[in-house]
Design a protein around this ligand. Structure first.
Ligand code: AMP
Length: 450
C-alpha cells in the first residue's frame, strides 16, 4: 500500500469482564438483499483480517458462509466454505460472529469499537455519517433511487444495532464522493421542478472506490491529493469513470442510478431515453419489465450472450462477431469518457487509473482503450501493461507518456474502515470538547453534513 493513511488517533479499547483492555477491532459490513459481506480490521495500525460473505439469507437449506483469513506469516490464506442456516440478516450476523469467535478471537464481539456500513445511495450526503434517526431517515428516503440496495443496507444496520448495542455505527455512501460535482454536471436537461420536488439528478456511484483510487494515485505520483488531477476508471461488472480535480469529483459517468454511463456486465449504460419509451410504448413492456431488461439483460450480456468479459474476449478471439462487437462497444465508450473528462479537466490530467475486476486484470482491454491516445498525452508501455495483472499495482505508461497510466487494485472495505474510524475519532473528540465546554457530551456524536 502506497498511500499514507490519514491519522486515525486513538479509539479506546473496550475491556473484558475482568477489566483487561481488549484489542480494538472494526467490522465492515456490506448487506445485499440476501447476502451479508463482512471484513474485520485490527485498529492502530489498521490491518485487514478475516473477510467473507454469508449468502442466500432466508433460504435456510442453502445458506452458505464463505470466509478467508490472511496467514499472519505471509503464507496462503485460510479458506472456509460452510452451510449454515439463517432466516434473516440478524441471524446471519450472529452466525458470522460465532464463526469469528471460533476462528479469530473468542472475545471478538466485545473487541468491536465501531461498525462501518456500505450504503449505496445517500442522496447528496457528502460525508460518512454516524447513524442516528436522522441519518436512517435519509437512507430510507434515498431508497426510492436504490430500491434493492438501500433497504438491504438498512437490514444490515438493524442487524448490527441489535448485536452491537451502544457501539458506534457509521454509514459510508457510494454516492458521497461525487457530492462535490458542480450543478452543471449533475443536472439533467429536464424541467427544474423534477430536481426541486423529486431530487432527480446525477448522483454517481462507486464513490468509495474512486476516492481510494485518487488517494493511491496521488501517493504513487508523490503529490498531495489537493494538487492531483485524475481520471479514475472503476471497470468491473458495474463500471464507472470519474473526473477528479484536486481530490474533488467534478463529473462521473453513473447517474441518478448506476444504470447510466459505460457498457456494463448486464446494464446498458447510456441510451437515448426515447429507446426506453419506444420499448414500453411499441413493444408493450411494463415499466418493471423494461427496468429488468435494461439492468439485468443488457450490456455485454445483451450484446454478446455473456456478462463475463473473459468469456467475451475468448469468443472474440475465436472469431465470434457479436463478442467482438461487445468488446469494441465497451472499449469505445471507455475511450469516449476518458476523452470527455480530459476536456473537462482542461487537458491537465496527471493520471488515468484502471481498477476493479476488468481494470486490474485485463491488459488486453487496457491496451485497446489506450490505443491511439498519444494525442491526449497517453502512451502505453506494453510490457508494463502485461505485468500489471492479478492484483499487482503498476505504472503502465511509457516513459514518454505525459499522462501517467496507473493500475491500482481497489479496496473499498479498507476505505470504509478508514472513514469509519476517522469519523468515530472525530466524534469522540467533538464530544470531549463539548463536555469540556460544559455542553452535552453527545453533541459531537451526531451525523455530519447531510
Ligand atoms: P468485479 O465486478 O470488479 O468483480 O469485476 C468482474 C469483471 O471482471 C467480470 O466482467 C470479469 O469478466 C472481469 N475480469 C476478471 N478477471 C479478468 C481477466 N483476467 N480478463 C478480463 N476480464 C476479467
Amino acid at each position: 500500500m502506497l498511500a499514507s493513511r490519514p491519522p486515525l488517533g486513538q479509539v479506546p479499547a473496550r475491556s473484558n469482564t475482568s477489566g483487561t483492555a481488549l484489542p480494538p477491532k472494526l467490522l465492515v459490513l456490506n448487506a445485499g438483499s440476501s447476502s451479508l459481506k463482512f471484513k474485520i480490521f485490527g485498529v492502530d495500525p489498521l490491518v485487514a483480517g478475516m473477510g467473507g460473505m454469508f449468502d442466500r439469507i432466508g433460504d435456510k437449506a442453502n445458506c452458505t458462509l464463505k470466509a478467508s483469513a490472511p496467514d499472519p506469516s505471509g503464507g496462503k490464506s485460510r479458506k472456509w466454505d460452510l452451510k449454515l442456516p439463517a432466516g434473516d440478516h440478524t441471524a446471519a450476523l450472529r452466525e458470522i460472529l460465532a464463526f469469528i469467535s471460533d476462528h479469530v478471537s473468542g472475545s471478538f464481539s466485545r473487541e468491536v469499537v465501531a461498525v462501518g456500513h456500505r450504503i449505496v445511495h445517500g442522496l447528496d450526503i457528502s460525508q460518512p455519517v454516524l447513524l442516528d434517526e436522522r441519518a436512517l431517515g435519509r437512507i430510507r428516503e434515498a431508497a426510492v433511487f436504490a430500491p434493492l440496495h438501500n433497504p438491504a443496507g438498512l437490514q444490515g444496520i438493524e442487524a448490527a444495532q441489535s448485536v452491537f448495542q451502544g457501539v458506534p455505527q457509521v454509514a459510508v455512501f457510494d454516492t458521497a464522493f461525487h457530492a462535490t460535482m458542480p450543478a452543471y454536471a449533475y443536472m439533467y436537461g429536464i424541467p427544474y421542478e423534477l430536481y426541486e420536488k423529486h431530487q432527480i439528478r446525477r448522483y454517481g456511484f462507486h464513490g468509495t472506490s474512486h476516492k481510494y483510487l485518487v488517494e493511491q494515485a496521488a501517493a504513487m505520483l508523490g503529490k498531495p491529493v489537493s494538487e492531483t488531477n485524475v481520471i479514475t476508471c472503476h471497470l468491473g461488472n458495474g463500471s464507472s469513470v470519474a473526473a477528479v480535480v484536486g481530490g474533488r469529483c467534478v463529473d462521473t459517468s453513473m447517474g441518478m442510478t448506476p444504470l447510466e454511463g459505460l457498457l456494463m456486465g448486464t446494464r446498458c449504460g447510456d441510451v437515448d431515453p426515447a429507446v426506453v419509451l419506444h420499448i414500453e410504448n411499441q413493444l408493450g413492456l411494463s415499466a418493471q419489465e423494461t427496468d429488468n431488461l435494461l439492468n439485468k439483460k443488457s450490456g455485454l450480456l445483451g450484446v454478446t450472450g455473456s456478462s463475463d468479459l473473459r468469456a467475451v474476449i475468448d469468443a472474440a478471439q475465436r472469431g465470434e462477431g457479436r463478442a467482438q462487437l461487445g468488446l469494441d462497444m465497451l472499449v469505445h465508450r471507455i475511450k469516449k469518457y476518458i476523452g470527455a473528462y480530459t476536456a473537462v479537466l482542461g487537458g491537465k490530467v496527471d493520471a488515468v487509473v484502471f481498477s476493479a475486476g476488468i481494470g486490474e486484470n485485463s491488459s488486453l482491454l487496457r491496451g485497446l482503450v489506450l490505443q491511439d491516445m498519444q494525442g491526449l498525452g497517453m502512451e502505453l508501455d506494453p510490457e508494463a501493461n502485461q505485468a500489471a495483472v492479478g492484483g499487482r499495482q503498476g505504472d503502465i505508461g511509457a516513459p514518454s507518456s505525459r499522462v501517467r497510466l496507473l493500475v491500482i487494485p481497489t479496496d473499498e472495505e479498507l476505505s470504509i474502515a478508514q472513514q469509519t474510524l476517522q469519523l468515530v475519532q472525530e466524534a469522540r473528540e467533538g464530544a470531549g470538547a463539548a463536555a469540556t465546554d460544559g455542553g452535552s457530551g453527545s453533541a459531537g456524536v451526531t451525523a455530519r453534513a447531510a
